[in-house]
Design a protein around this ligand. Structure first.
Ligand code: FPP
Length: 251
């Protein structure tokens, strides 16, 4: 039985989020430049998007460029921006053909004009697609997102659009960049690092975390199935007891 065949199809996560890490180390191990690692990282992105679409996963969020990544050497930042444009150019047909809707989260105003334009075009062209929603986190950090949400909420309080008494966690979510997107049930990080690195801090409150030593360019469909399989073996209690969950099922 293959790992894909072992998956329980009615127990798939609706939303998978991935911290794609290890491009640089992968390239250095091969005596190549970090940029070579990012280029090969695009192949892994293609495979994972394809696998999620095949499994009919609803949302896939990829941490493609963090707020902190702007502090990398200028040549690397420029190469990543160019890579994003060339990937959008080559993959757009496939996104359309496979009914994939492209979305972004992050401070897009920080992106170079050419990247912003290309992304906006791709988002517009795929906006009516009803299959997988592929969400690219670009110039994103969770602390930026939460601070930004707090500012917008404060503005609405000042403008009397909302009463302080009515602010709940559900209401707060309306101010996050992920509004209307369900929280990820599964968060994957590659490369053997055990960190969250400022990614979706609010949304992963109850996510199952999965860490693998694989470097991102080596991450393939079977690795994704392995992560989902692992997720499916877990008991998600959301603060309740095991007994309560069993009784819920039997009710
Ligand atoms: C982390 O590896 C990876 C990134 C900062 C960028 C991820 C970008 C891609 C996979 C390519 C473009 C993406 C799309 C969606 C087309 P790292 O550089 O931190 O690796 P290291 O930890 O080994 O140095």
């Amino acid at each position: 039985m293959t790992i894909k065949e072992k998956l329980i199809l009615n127990k798939l996560p609706r939303h998978i989020a991935i911290i794609m890490d290890g491009n640089g180390r992968w390239a250095l191990q091969k005596g190549n430049s970090r940029i070579f690692g990012h280029k090969n990282g695009v192949n892994a992105v293609r495979n994972v998007v394809e696998a999620c679409a095949e499994l009919q996963i609803e949302y896939l969020t990829l941490y493609a460029f963090s707020t902190e990544n702007w502090y990398r050497p200028k040549t690397e930042v420029n190469a990543l921006m160019s890579l994003l444009i060339s990937a959008l150019n080559t993959e757009i047909k496939k996104l359309i053909k496979n009914n994939i809707r492209l979305l972004t989260i992050g401070n897009l105003e920080d992106l170079p004009q050419r990247v912003y334009k290309k992304l906006s075009e791709a988002i517009e062209i795929t906006s009516k697609n009803t299959g997988l929603s592929l969400i690219l986190a670009l110039s994103y950090s969770a602390r930026w997102e939460i601070t930004n949400a707090a500012k917008k909420l404060a503005e609405d309080v000042i403008n009397k659009k909302i009463n302080i008494g009515n602010i709940s966690d559900k209401e707060f979510e309306n101010y996050l960049t992920t509004v209307n997107i369900p929280d990820p049930e599964l968060l994957i990080r590659t490369s053997g690092e055990y960190r969250i690195s400022n990614f979706l801090l609010w949304q992963i409150a109850y996510s199952e975390l999965y860490f693998t030593k694989k470097l991102w360019p080596d991450f393939c469909k079977d690795d994704l199935y392995e992560a989902i399989y692992d997720y499916q073996q877990r008991e998600r209690r959301f603060g309740k007891t095991s007994e309560q969950l069993k009784n819920q099922v039997n009710e």
